[in-house]
Ligand binder design. Structure first.
Ligand code: CAO
Length: 262
């Protein structure tokens, strides 16, 4: 009789996810009410204020293929130095370089929107998902830091954020914000402006997708969708679109970042 060989069962692949544990275990079948406090209370205030801003939305997709390759080349070096190197430090640097050309996006308005202040520094806030809720610490002086310094600073903020130990100085003084929701998943988002800032960007998940090249061939690209929200009282849609185009050119051709880097 033909012999049947049974393959030894392979162990399931290890998926490296570190989900944030839910804070409360709800009793089944029973409503549960608790006081909204701490970071979430701050979120109620900020988001309610943000809701009064007439917001303009603009989305685009960026081809991150060159950056994916670049990061894979330098990651071993940064790992060796004990610094986790994600896409964020490069994106932040490119955003800062684009903000230099579009300063109105790195501005703040007063409550009655009668004055606009163009900020001298780029303190870029990064939305972080923590056990305490959404917090947005900012990296100060992004315009003056190297990409490696940005990575180290981001590591510091992320560790403090996860430990619930971020101080007021890290949480205040932001001039522009980014929300990397793509670290969790998704494509487009509708980011909410953090007043008194006037714009914010949400980054989707970088994913391999088929796209046409210049010769009409279908090729594999690493696509990241980006969604911008801007205060339409002071920012025109065309201004936001031009900023996004400049950032796109930086991220799609990382050599350009080098060219303009100070
Ligand atoms: N697409 C694909 N991969 C991504 C990615 C993206 N957009 N963003 C991060 N990754 C990758 C990183 O490169 C890293 O990969 P390796 O394991 O290969 O090194 C991995 O995912 C983990 O990255 P990270 O999340 O630790 O680091 P980060 O610097 O990219 O992001 C932070 C840091 C704090 C922005 C992120 O952890 C986070 O909290 N995001 C959620 C933000 C959020 O909640 N926004 C909503 C606000 S409104 O409620």
């Amino acid at each position: 009789p033909p012999s049947v060989t049974v393959e030894p069962s392979k162990p399931a692949p290890v998926v490296s996810t570190t989900p944030i544990q839910p804070q409360i275990t709800l009793p089944v079948g029973k409503d549960y009410t608790e006081k909204i406090k701490g970071m979430r209370k701050a979120m109620v205030k900020t988001m309610t204020e943000a809701n009064n801003i007439p917001t303009f939305g603009y989305d685009d997709e960026f081809d991150m293929s060159a950056l994916v390759e670049l990061r894979s080349k330098v990651k071993a070096i940064t790992d060796e130095k004990g610094v986790k190197f994600s896409y964020m430090p490069i994106i932040m640097k490119a955003v800062s370089m684009a903000l230099t050309e579009f300063p109105m996006l790195n501005a703040s308005v007063d409550k009655s929107c009668e004055n606009i202040t163009y900020k001298a520094v780029h303190n870029i806030g990064i939305a972080m998902d923590t056990q305490d809720g959404l917090i947005v610490p900012n990296v100060k002086n992004v315009q003056s830091l190297s990409i490696f310094e940005l990575a180290a600073e981001l590591n510091r903020l992320q560790s403090l954020g996860l430990a619930g130990k971020l101080g007021t100085s890290d949480l205040s003084g932001g001039t522009f914000s980014l929300s990397n929701i793509g670290a969790i998943g998704g494509t487009y988002a509708r980011p909410v402006i953090l007043p008194p800032e006037v714009s914010i960007g949400a980054l989707g998940k970088i994913q391999a997708l088929p796209r046409y090249d210049n010769d009409g061939n279908i090729v594999k690209k690493n696509i990241m969708c980006v969604s911008w929200s801007a205060d339409h009282r002071v920012i025109e849609g065309a201004y936001m679109a031009r900023f996004s185009n400049l950032l796109k050119s930086f991220l799609e051709n990382p050599g350009l970042i080098m060219l303009y880097l100070r």
